[in-house]
Ligand binder design. Structure first.
Ligand SMILES: [Zn+2]
Length: 76
């Protein structure tokens, strides 16, 4: 087979789940992080105040929970 494989984005890696260079993750004002309550300029993927570390930890935990639910139930 000589066809070229379609270019795909690499799978997400824990700790590198969000593109923090995107302006949507930055706010002009500080607000308490939704997880640890420390003031932050950053916003997570739901546009709620969250530190990078806290937001990515939460995403990793959500993914782990979804994976274990899938293993228990066979469906998501
Ligand atoms: Zn935090």
């Amino acid at each position: 087979m000589t066809g070229r494989r379609p270019r795909r984005a690499p799978p997400p890696v824990a700790g590198q789940l969000l593109d923090w260079t995107d302006a949507k993750h930055w706010a002009r004002t500080q607000a308490p992080c939704r997880y640890c309550r420390k003031p932050t300029f950053l916003r997570d993927d739901e546009r709620l105040p969250a530190d990078k570390v806290c937001a990515e930890q939460a995403i990793t935990q959500r993914a782990a929970r979804a994976a274990s639910t899938y293993q228990q139930n066979g469906t998501l």
